[in-house]
Design a binder for this molecule. Sequence first.
Ligand code: AMP
Length: 299
Amino acid sequence: MYGAIESRFAEAVKSGNLIFTQTTQIPAKYNGVDVIYTLAPALAKKPGKAEVEKNSSDPAQASPWLPPQEDLVIEKQDKYTVVLNKFAVAKYHFLLVTNEFEKQTKPLSPGDLRAAFDLLKKANSESGKRHVGFYNSGTNSGASIPHRHVQFLTLPDSFVPFPDQTPHARKANMPASDTRVPFAHFIAHLDNTDDEELLADKYMLALSRAITTCARHQVPLSYNLVFTEQWMMATPRCQDKVNDISINSLGTIGLILAKSDEQLKYVEKHGLGLLEELGFANVPEPEGATEIDDGYIKY
Ligand code: AMP
């Protein structure tokens, strides 16, 4: 499959059916955490959420995958199709889309998770490179297309996403959070979980805290989900952009995109602090938590 991703990508760029935007990457650190700021000045050409919505009042009609563009298709499965991103900022950015219209605002089903994890593992083993999967869900998540899609990207060489270093939660039924990061996020370590039901449980562990965070702040549910073979992380959101800088799931692991020098300056100044503005402050312990003598939190 990965060979098809590489060859289709090259063909589609050559034929002009895939628009590949050249970028400049600026690796940096935010409070000890790896981040990469990417400058992509040509990105303004890509249709944004407003344009997709304007094109049709029926979300199913606004889907670019009913049917998908044939020369971007990598693999057709029973319920899903693997397609290349038509507007790629990174090489080999691909997506898993449902064959029937399903809403992006709904949670991933256990079957969606199974298919997404299988695809992630296949991409990792066939390419020898590590990938992340991600799902932008809800109006404040940075999503632009209402048809359900999980996206996949190769992690930049030697980039360490911060959840790799986040200590496990003290209790198995609680998500972990990293104290170096200023925004609320909930990490479920996978511990080699591969069973469909267990994957769904891990997803719910992270997602349920995103749901309660949005509910507590009385905003509609929006969140970013990022996953690797080792962990899943959900980040609740209350806004999709600041200073015209739209941030999606990739921003939550420190991969932040700027469309101009001015935006880049803003991103470099605020770093992961942007996510606190677009989401919520990192306050790991829920209300009602009390300190006990040995410093552990009791719930
Ligand atoms: P999101 O913005 O998170 O909803 O993700 C939608 C993704 O689909 C974006 O990365 C777009 O670049 C990509 N996309 C938009 N139109 C197409 C298309 N016709 N074929 C494939 N991918 C597309």
